[in-house]
Design a binder for this molecule. Structure first.
Ligand SMILES: Cc1cc2nc3c(=O)[nH]c(=O)nc-3n(C[C@H](O)[C@H](O)[C@H](O)COP(=O)(O)O)c2cc1C
Length: 458
């Protein structure tokens, strides 16, 4: 018997603080005006995507006191944007990244439960522990937490939020059949949590929401991050979008589930992915090269290199050769508020490898960054891109993708119009929504369902 085809999950990532967005393109629009968010969300919903995704960056990225030259320098608050989007969409899931290091469980649980009510069961929470002490300086608690403590706080944060979501679960709540208002007895919303990070008690004031709990995403990649996801998440926002890396990550994480009493289908793996479409594969390749040059200016290339070299390289010519000094491997890192701090675990080896590559190909600093940086994941004609995405999902490199277009907000339109119909024809992507909640779209059981996820029953 042949294995049934896996259904692909697709989501749309509204780009945040980054150099993905190509500002110089005349089609590029605002990252602040609601019209941009609304256009993006409506396209995703028209294409029957599972959800819209917002990352979180609570401080602009900088190096040597300077903001990156191509970064988006503004980002409105996640809950405000998602609540507004709930009003202009009907089915699209709404996923917000909110960190567990600088927030409080009561406040965050209340916000997500409210969003779940207002959207009719479409909210999801991407729980991250956040980047660095530099970001922490924004908050009155100040500072940061070491890795181990961040995850211990994250675990307890999520468990506490779960207790709050569940504080309205039970027979004590009845909805008045005439007015629809909730009538509650003395137990409704009551909670007590006494733990290492949180010692709180009170009464949660948002009744149980349509999904019971929001869908939980996780994004960290370390050992601690992967265990956290295996124990507590419904989905992972991952960075591994190539076939081999995706398969390795998929295998690694799915095999961790059993020890938490969970099945592999209870955790979805959804890498971030970019795309460039053309009428032919060759045209798309040409466009992708152009987009990369627009995303990596000379100044961006130098900053990227400084990131690995961990020293000031501003006197170098981005169109010239790589520096012959070695990276500084001290504890202090030059980049602040930036994602990939842990990406280059051995900067000396990376520098050696890059020098060899640059010499062999006669690349300048900018050429090297363009050719080794995050390259577009799916490049080709709509038929090629549809086939490749399907191949990756069927080969368990992912369960779907969170797409990040390089034009905001219209960059998703072409994908919706040209690639989605092909996936639908291939029978691997829904022709219409079958349910109303995000759990329905993702094939995840409601926490109260019999045979649902064990975590929710605990
Ligand atoms: C794919 C991916 C996306 C992430 N997105 C965010 C984000 O939007 N906001 C944020 O503060 N941290 C984000 N994180 C960072 C994590 O919260 C975490 O702090 C960081 O990855 C370090 O933890 P780790 O060592 O477990 O990877 C992301 C991490 C990964 C791997």
């Amino acid at each position: 018997m042949t294995k049934p085809l896996k259904q692909i999950h697709l989501a749309a990532h509204f780009p945040g603080v980054n150099n993905t967005t190509v500002w110089s393109d005349p089609r590029a629009g605002s990252h602040i005006e609601f019209a941009s968010f609304a256009h993006f969300a409506r396209t995703a919903e028209r294409a029957k995507f599972d959800f819209l995704f917002l990352a979180e960056g609570l401080r602009l990225r900088e190096q040597g006191g300077q903001i990156y030259d191509l970064d988006v320098v503004g980002r409105p608050d996640t809950f405000t944007v998602l609540a507004a989007l709930a009003a202009v969409t009907d089915r699209l899931g709404l996923t917000g990244t909110i960190n567990s290091t600088f927030n409080e469980p009561y406040e965050v649980a209340r916000q997500f439960a409210s969003l779940d009510h207002l959207s009719g069961g479409r909210s999801a929470w991407n729980v991250v522990t956040s980047w660095d002490a530099f970001t922490g300086e924004n908050f009155r608690r100040g500072g940061f937490l070491p890795q181990e403590e961040r995850y211990s706080r994250a675990r307890e944060f999520l468990a506490t939020a779960g207790e709050l979501f569940d504080s309205w679960r039970g027979d004590e709540i009845v909805a008045d059949p005439v007015t629809g208002t909730f009538l509650a007895d003395a137990k409704a919303g009551a909670f007590v949590h006494r733990g290492q990070h949180f010692d709180i008690h009170g009464r949660f004031d948002v009744p149980r929401s349509p999904q019971g709990r929001p869908v939980i995403f996780q994004a960290g990649d370390s050992e601690e991050g992967r265990e956290f996801a295996a124990a507590d998440a419904d989905a992972i926002f991952s960075r591994y979008a190539t076939l081999e890396e995706g398969q390795a990550f998929h295998r690694d994480v799915k095999k961790r589930l059993a020890k938490y009493g969970r099945r592999p289908d209870q955790l979805l793996i959804l890498p971030a992915a970019t795309f460039v479409l053309g009428d032919t594969d060759a045209e798309a390749e040409e466009k992708a090269r152009e987009v990369r040059r627009q995303q990596v200016s000379g100044a961006t290339a130098l900053k990227h290199l400084e990131f690995v070299w961990n020293r000031d390289l501003s006197s170098y010519d981005p169109d010239g050769p790589l520096p012959d000094v070695d990276p500084d491997v001290g504890d202090q890192h030059i980049a602040r508020g930036r994602a990939q701090v842990r990406m280059y675990r051995d900067p000396l080896a990376t520098a050696r490898e890059w020098r060899e590559l640059a010499e062999a190909n006669n690349w300048s600093i900018r050429d090297l960054v363009i050719n080794t940086g995050n390259r577009q994941t799916f490049v080709g004609s709509p038929a090629t891109v549809a086939r490749t995405i399907d191949d990756f999902v069927q080969a368990d490199a992912a369960d779907g993708f969170i797409l990040v277009p390089h034009i905001t907000p219209s960059g998703l339109d072409e994908f919706a119009d040209k690639v989605v119909p092909l996936l639908q024809e291939q029978g691997v992507f829904r022709a219409d929504y079958e349910g109303t909640t995000l759990r329905d779209h993702l094939g995840l059981a409601h926490p109260d369902a019999v045979g649902g996820d064990e975590r929710a029953a605990s």
